[in-house]
Design a protein around this ligand. Sequence first.
Ligand code: ZN
Length: 315
Amino acid sequence: MEIIRLKPVFKKMIWGGNRLREEFGYNIDFDNCGECWGISAHPNGDTIVAGGEFEGMKLSSLFNERKDLFGNIDNDRFPLLIKIIDAEEDLSIQVHPDDEYAMKYENGSFGKTECWYVIDALPDTKIIIGHNAKDKAEVKDMIENKRWNEFIREIPVSAGDFFMIRPGTVHAIKGGTLILETQQSSDITYRVYDYDRLQDGKPRELHIRQSIDVIEAPFVIENRFREEERKDSCLINHEMINLGDCEYFTVWRLDVQNEADIIQDRAFMLMSVIEGFGYIDGEFIKKGDHFILPYGYGRAVFKGNLKIIASAPHN
Ligand code: ZN
């Protein structure tokens, strides 16, 4: 059984840098590429199979036509989306709806739970997770009266951190952060505050009403993972470190030093190489590669020196 490699889709962003080209070696012919959609079947960036039996097929078509490769999961759309994000400047402060709200107000879209593995952060970089309002009324007041300094909750961030961002959580990465994002396949974002910046002479659109609707208050759970605080790993695949779980997916990190093997016993598993190079079952893989281990793949043997972020849907 072969791995399914995907060809990423790149997105220019006003806050994007050039690290995806310079550090990941992607062939990107424009500057300020903020996002690499590594594994996606979303209409705003459907990735294409590179090589093998399904060469040239869109992931969305492969998912629809060959459900058997994906464990016949009961989803009408491919459920996950993997991105690498390079923020040279601060991103706007945002929040996402849950499935119920998105279904009702966003044409049946999925809601968005996302999580971040921090690949690199410049010294003294901060990240925005949550807010300081005590209840919904204070959320509304702080937003409407632009009390941003009181509202926004910033914490220090460093490489290796992992954050689970549930719907309703105010969040933003700041300039100097490079992350791998695992998320539900959704592109619905409500922008709360954009630091009063201008794009082509105008401020970017904000979504104040929707943001106030969906922001959870008070903010309670941080869902932060730090490796030194939790060393437990998954039972079958003891070499995979469980970074976090949510209702929709599980995310792991796999560190390969010389050799490691895992069992792919899920509906399917997504993998992105974030460091190093080596082999999976004799096939060469390197930093920046994204691929899927299909249903029934079973044992996979890795060789070389690799750092991989993996995920699988819950079905
Ligand atoms: Zn987000």
